[in-house]
Design a protein. Structure first.
Length: 321
């Protein structure tokens, strides 16, 4: 409504607002990651990927997807406000976290998983967990007000879309679950190699080969088992719960033709994978350099050791003579 008051029906103004909100979200993402991790270049890399990744074109270019970029701004503000609260535990800072989180939920209910994301950020990079179980319990209890907001948002969303979710039987449950598994793997691949993107992905119904479903399920299980190497990437699973539920419902009255997936839901989950890949890549590169340096040092030491053995052998022969 504000856009219409400012720009009327001129589409340039509406598109400009989307681009502006996306730019603000990118800047906030960089600042938050830089503050949390202290890694400048990794944070810049993640923010750059988030800014230009082709999967985000729909969310930014479509005026109707204002909720994506707006919720993205409030999501980044929630992370930044939570980081400030962690540095100084005050009631006012916690209220600000709840405020920006509530605004994000009103923008798009997909932010219901944010309390779980914050709990995982407590593990890394904030490192608030300790061996004592009381610390973990306190951190979980700390998220209860935020979980209450998420529960209220879920209830409001279900009531608002009661007629939309009442027709789940239009597609058999097995079709929806198999499509959700395939979509999960497709999302992972599209983040890495974003090709063959489309506005609409027709639902395959029962035309999915069994081997594809089994292969995708095996990949998802392997990906889930190894994901906990870095807690930041685990946050992606929280958003995936919403994504899988969303695509398990594909084919309801909101989308009579049945959609197998979309690029829009990946606007917020994608930074988690970018963060993991950036920090894992740097760690592995550092390990490679350390190994190469150690091997180089050994190669330099081996000729010295060989020369020392030759000298010892020569001295022994001289003594024998």
């Amino acid at each position: 409504m504000i856009d219409c008051q400012l720009f009327g029906l001129n589409p340039r103004g509406h598109h400009f607002t989307n681009v502006l909100l996306h730019a603000i979200a990118v800047l906030l993402l960089f600042l938050v990651l830089r503050q949390m991790t202290g890694a400048f270049w990794q944070s810049a890399f993640v923010a750059a990927l988030f800014a230009i990744h082709p999967l985000h074109v729909e969310s930014v270019a479509w005026v109707a997807e204002r909720k994506d970029v707006l919720s993205g701004v409030f999501f980044m503000l929630t992370l930044g406000a939570y980081e400030r609260y962690v540095r100084c535990h005050t009631f006012g800072r916690y209220l600000f976290v709840m405020l920006v989180f509530a605004l994000g939920l009103m923008s798009k209910p997909m932010l219901v998983t944010v309390p779980l994301v914050l709990l995982l950020l407590d593990y890394w990079p904030l490192r608030r967990f300790a061996n004592k179980s009381s610390v973990a319990s306190r951190l979980v209890f700390e998220k209860v007000p935020l979980l209450a907001l998420s529960a209220a948002s879920c209830a409001a969303t279900i009531l608002a879309q009661k007629t939309a979710v009442s027709s789940l039987e239009e597609l058999p449950f097995s079709f929806r679950i198999s499509n959700a598994v395939i979509t999960y793997v497709a999302y992972v691949w599209q983040m890495l190699w974003p090709t063959k993107l489309a506005v609409f992905y027709p639902h395959p119904y029962d035309r999915l080969p069994l081997w594809e479903i089994l292969l995708a399920a095996g990949f998802a299980r392997h990906n889930y088992r190894h994901r906990f190497r870095v807690a930041a990437e685990t946050a992606l699973l929280c958003d995936r719960l919403v994504l899988v539920f969303d695509h398990a419902r594909a084919g309801d009255r909101r989308d009579p033709g049945g959609s197998a997936g979309a690029c829009r839901p990946l606007y917020l989950p994608s930074p988690h994978r970018f963060v993991c890949r950036a920090h894992l890549g740097v760690d592995r590169f550092d390990g490679f350099l350390a190994t190469a340096s150690r091997n180089s040092r050994l190669r330099r030491e081996r000729p010295d050791r060989a020369a020392e053995l030759v000298r010892m052998e020569a001295n022994w022969l001289l003594e024998k003579q």
